[in-house]
Design a protein around this ligand. Structure first.
Ligand SMILES: [Cu+2]
Length: 382
């Protein structure tokens, strides 16, 4: 990888326009990069190549399985080396209903990446849809994601093979989509960079046509870009969780015992399941936990691919909501947050009493299809 100092960036660093814990010498900067409004643009072209790689399909310390969010245990900004390979995987989304999913990293939704505004991501993805990849056994050199999937194997992940061209589109990145988000065939690897220029709760997904099909097959997940200076209530938050809503369009497979994706149902916007975190029971079997009086923060992404979410917690009011996860979009006292497909938000609420709280998509046809969960609150800690 070529390392250059761009005069524009070097000047910005010299004048402290880019804050961060790294010195100018540590920062990855390429010739051709430029700044507008303090944001970095003009990243190098993606590289597509073949590699002899059979290691963990998810690599990076800040990648977690939902509902977990990695802690940003560093000051300022850093460069993240992140790998999420495309693999096929048999997963269960409702009791007895499994299908052959197309995934990033082996789960649906895929791993959640957490970075800070201003961080740089060097992303690598191998299209391994043509090889069976196991994610339910201990992995060396992977990421926290695997331990979390193995601790809560609700999707009963099993390797599958389903060779198909795929791509990666990070909504958190500002780049030329025809270059960075280009489709690669099975066996190929793509590597590109993006800079987390704007804070937010973002979707990533496969952008290969039919995008509806590739997304509905399971290729999506969340990126949380925390604001550089944080949110005003950061010091008061006791628990934080990631919640990804999405639809599944499954029908019985006439050739197997199982289920398969139904494109006609997807085109008709008629989901068989709508889930929080990829299984109708994900947040019932393993409810979110907190105590009375505590502040809970949810990072909610509606991945769609086609439905909206009217996100509500029964018995609570969101005292602060940052729409799209941007600290400047602050709303107060919200009963329900409306999220279109690929919208996200950060939602804070105070747990009023000991008890059980239902999280729902208040579009109740979706809740009855599975878009519901539970937060169990213990007694107030003195
Ligand atoms: Cu795809």
């Amino acid at each position: 990888m070529k390392l250059f100092k761009s005069p524009t960036i070097a000047t910005a660093l010299a004048f402290g326009l880019i804050s961060g814990g790294l010195s100018a010498d540590d920062r990855l900067v390429h010739d051709g990069e430029f700044m507008v409004d303090g944001k970095i643009f003009g990243l190098p072209e993606a590289r597509v190549y073949t590699e002899d790689y059979s290691g963990p399909p998810v690599v990076g310390d800040y990648l977690t399985a939902v509902p977990h969010l990695a802690e940003l245990d560093y000051e300022g900004n850093r460069t993240h080396d992140v790998r999420m390979d495309v693999i096929s995987q048999q997963i269960e989304v409702a009791p007895g209903k499994s299908y052959n999913a197309w995934t990033f990293g082996g789960s649906v939704p895929g791993p959640t990446l957490h970075v800070r505004e201003g961080d740089r991501v060097v992303f690598t993805m191998k299209n391994r849809s043509d090889e069976p990849v196991v994610i339910t056994e201990p992995v060396n050199g992977g990421s926290p994601f695997f331990g979390q999937v193995q601790a809560n194997p609700i999707q009963k992940n099993q390797p599958a093979v389903s060779p198909m061209p795929h791509s990666m589109d990070f909504h958190s990145g500002t780049v030329a989509a025809n270059d960075k988000w280009q489709t690669i065939p099975p066996g190929a690897t793509i590597e590109f960079e993006w800079v987390a220029n704007y804070p937010g709760v973002y979707m990533y997904h496969c952008g290969t046509p039919s995008v509806l099909m590739h997304t509905a097959q399971g290729q999506y997940g969340a990126v949380v870009v925390s604001p550089k200076e944080g949110f005003p209530t950061d010091d008061q938050v006791d628990h934080e969780y990631v919640l990804v809503q999405s639809e599944f369009y499954l029908t019985e497979d006439e050739y197997t015992e199982g289920y398969r994706y139904d494109h006609e149902a997807a085109m008709a916007r008629d989901p068989s399941q709508v889930t929080f975190n990829g299984h109708v029971n994900a947040l019932h079997d393993a409810p979110l936990r907190a105590n009375a009086g505590e502040r809970v923060r949810l990072y909610v992404l509606n991945a769609g691919p086609s439905g909206t979410s009217s996100f509500h917690v029964i018995g609570a009011i969101f005292d602060r909501v940052w729409y799209e996860g941007n600290v400047e979009n602050e709303w107060h006292g919200m009963q329900t947050v409306l999220l279109g497909a690929s919208n996200g938000a950060v939602m804070d609420f105070i747990v009023p009493e000991e008890g059980s709280y239902k999280l729902v998509d208040h579009e109740f046809a979706d809740a009855e299809r599975g878009a519901a969960g539970t937060l169990v609150a213990g007694p107030r800690k003195q």
